[in-house]
Ligand binder design. Structure first.
Ligand code: UDP
Length: 267
């Protein structure tokens, strides 16, 4: 668990309130920090909402081809470096930055919300019906004080969608976990953020599948070696088409670095 979860509310509010520094990779922003949680807690305590995008190579490539997604990412309040491709691209520019995977940040936020001194209401939206139930149940068991104010699966019709929005607005959760996959979750958050303008809205992709126990996360060693993406392809070969974005991203990131170097080198 993140060590900063143990800080008192006062010391939290003294921490970062400035916008986080930003670096652009292939035109897409990534915010830099060693730990994003204090910054997020600070905003929660000030009643400032946050749309969090957890960036990876696949999203960057999608954004270069999808202007709407690109605009949403630029408007998001926080873009964390989720994928190891992003970390490597930053390193090409001499920027050393730890990875911040959406699933880890989601877990940190839930642990924070489950602390009695915070008790932030939480909403789970997305994933298959049984999956989202099991994921929420896992956290309720692990964090008995967790105040889950709503659960909804990600395959609802238009009528149910309208009801979902009413439920979210009425419940005013402070942490809204959205697991619809990219770019649906980013678009959905962008469109409905105004319903709870003081909440943290975060797209967490396949995290509910992992929390429900249906899928396994890569072992620690594989994550440490920055090979979680390879583990996911090995486990789900159907992801190979999505994985094509990875070499494309690597090539474009290297080209961008070379062009940047050329601009710096006097002719
Ligand atoms: N999903 C959903 N509704 C949809 C499409 C997808 O709830 O219409 C869910 C899906 O069940 C899965 C998640 O979105 O739980 C996407 O997971 P994926 O592994 O693709 O996300 P990643 O972690 O790669 O971003």
């Amino acid at each position: 668990m993140n060590k900063l979860l143990n800080h008192s509310a006062t010391s939290m509010s003294d921490l970062v309130s400035q916008p986080l520094p930003e670096f652009k990779i292939l035109g897409q922003p990534v915010n830099l920090a060693t730990d994003y949680l204090p910054w997020l807690v600070n905003r929660l305590q000030q009643g400032i909402g946050t749309h969090v995008v957890t960036m990876n190579a696949e999203i960057v490539i999608q954004a270069t081809q999808n202007p709407k997604l690109s605009e949403i990412i630029h408007k998001a309040d926080l873009v964390t470096p989720d994928g190891s491709g992003i970390i490597m691209a930053l390193r090409l520019h001499g920027v050393e930055q730890p990875r911040c995977a959406g699933i880890d940040l989601g877990e940190d936020l839930l642990r924070l919300a489950g602390k009695s001194e915070y008790n932030y209401p939480v909403f789970f939206y997305g994933g298959k019906p049984a999956i989202v139930q099991q994921a929420a149940q896992k956290w309720q068991t692990e964090l008995p004080n967790l105040n889950i104010v709503g659960i909804e699966h990600g395959y609802i019709n238009t009528e149910e969608q309208a009801k979902l929005l009413e439920r979210i607005q009425a419940a005013q959760p402070k942490i809204i976990l959205v697991a619809l996959g990219v770019p649906q979750q980013e678009i959905w958050i962008h469109e409905h953020f105004h319903l709870c303008p003081e909440a943290i809205w975060i797209g967490v992709g396949g995290s509910f599948d992992v929390w429900s126990g249906v899928k396994n996360r890569a072992p620690q060693l594989i994550r440490k070696l920055d090979l979680e993406w390879m583990y996911r392809i090995a486990k789900e070969p159907s992801r190979w088409r999505r994985a094509l974005a990875l070499p494309q991203f690597a090539m474009l990131a290297v080209i961008e670095r070379i062009q940047h170097q050329d601009k710096l080198t006097p002719k």
